[in-house]
Structures are given as C-alpha cells and as structure tokens.
Design a protein around this ligand. Sequence first.
Ligand code: MBD
Ligand code: FE
Length: 286
Amino acid sequence: MRDLTSDTITGAVISTMRDTKDPRLAEILHSLVHHLHAFVRDVELTEEEWAAGVDFLTRTGHTCTPTRQEFILLSDVLGVTMLVDALSNRRSVKSTQNSVLGPYFREDRPEHSDAADISGGLTGTPLFFEGRVVDREGAPVPGAGVDVWHSDADGHYDMEVPGRTDPAMRALFRTDGTGHFGFRSIRPASYPIPGDGPVGELMSATSRSLMRPAHVHVLITAPGFQRVTTMLFPSDDPYLDTDPVFGVKQSLLDSYDTYEADAGPRRGLTDEPYTLLRRTFVLEPH
Ligand code: MBD
Ligand code: FE
C-alpha cells in the first residue's frame, strides 16, 4: 500500500463511502468531505487552529439547553439558515416570505382566543395586532394555526425576564371563518442576540454587532399550504441593515403605526399611545 498524502487523502475518504445506501446521503457526504478538505488546504489549517475549532464546536454543544439553542444561533449568524430558506422556498412574490425561526420558539405556549391580551401583565407600549390569512387568490384561510412570539420593551423574551417562568408574549391562535386572528400585547424593542456563549465570541472577534431590529415572530400552518415562518419589523428600526442573522426582507417591514389614546382604530381601549400592526399573510399552496 501507498502512504496517503495531502493530495490523495480526500479521494481515499470519499471512496470509503462508496457503498452508502441512500443516494442523497452519499451525495451530501461526498460534497461535505470535498469542501471540508478544500477549506483545510486553502487556509493551511494548523493543529492548534483545528483544536480551537473542535473546542469551539464542543462548547457550542454544551451551551445548548431546552431554551437556548446555540447551534441554531451559529447557523443564523453564519447565514446558513437564510441560505437554506432561500434555496427551499422559492415563493411567488405575492406570498408572504419566510425569515428565521430563531432560538425562542416554545412548544409549551398557551392557545388563546381572538383578541386576547397576551402581555402577561408586562408593561410597555400597548400593541394591537390584527392579522388575516388568505390564499394566493385572496380567499380567507379559516382554521389556520398562527403562532406569535416576541420580546418585551427591554428586548427580553419571557424566559429571559428576571423572575418569570410562565409563558408571556406568545400564543397560538386559530383564524376564524374570515381568516382573521388578533391579539393585544406590548411593543417589542430591538435587542442583542445572546452574546455570552461561543457565538458571542465569534461576533466580537469579527467586530459584528449583536443588535437585532425589533420584531414580532409569526408562524402559520394550514392544511394544503406551505408553512410560513416569518417576522415583522418596524420600517424605521435603526438595525435593519445590520441584522446579525440576515432575517430582514423588504416585504417584512411594517409601519408599526402609533396613535394617541383617543385616536385611531383602537381609540378608547388604552389611556396611553398605542401601536397598531395590521397584516395580511398570503399562503403558498403545497
Ligand atoms: C432572536 O430573537 C431571533 O429572532 C433570532 C433569529 C436569533 C436570535 C434572537
Ligand atoms: Fe426573535
């Protein structure tokens, strides 16, 4: 046998996988080894650097908890999440575009009926959300599941609010016969992605900002339609152009109109200025 060299090792590894049963897995592994080796050759990775990389990934795994998914965050800040979305979801321009799921979705959210207050007693500018779910022809989609979740005025999601364990600022709604859902909550603020773990080290080493623009997450499922995982941003947020997870799209900007307490469509429901977000979500058929 011949000793392997830096020229022959890539082919040797790939040929060990030639009996892979699943053809798609074979294709993925072949390409992964090819590109991984090319990367190592390209930068002439040293032993110390490779050890640091393994340590980084190990700590990324150790930072994962049920409420903190550091690997998802790593995928988000490297643009992989949005790249996979761009390749998987070539939707018609009329349909609502996807964004990042992010690390703060919770399965244990409560189900609420229309017009519920989901602020959990937290204080902030009142936010009224009025949504509609329709198909590409504009016909209402009744019975769609609509998950919403967002942060408070300090940028904390419920699990990060000191001293709080109950779900707040999140709920699952069902659209009514006309495709409507709606709720009351508090207006979210821009805030930094978690910076105290390995992803934070990567961000500071590359002098990147942790600040995400304010947003309300919306996830919609309905039989016969593609799932929509999206979010809405205030169109005047100062962090739109530097979102660390690349989730901003022009079509997901919203004016987040603010009214005095005695003016606008929700006048009289609050005694302070409030924000009204109205949005029609257009689903793409399967
Ligand atoms: C968030 O709130 C978020 O939505 C994403 C995608 C990443 C980090 C924090
Ligand atoms: Fe978020």
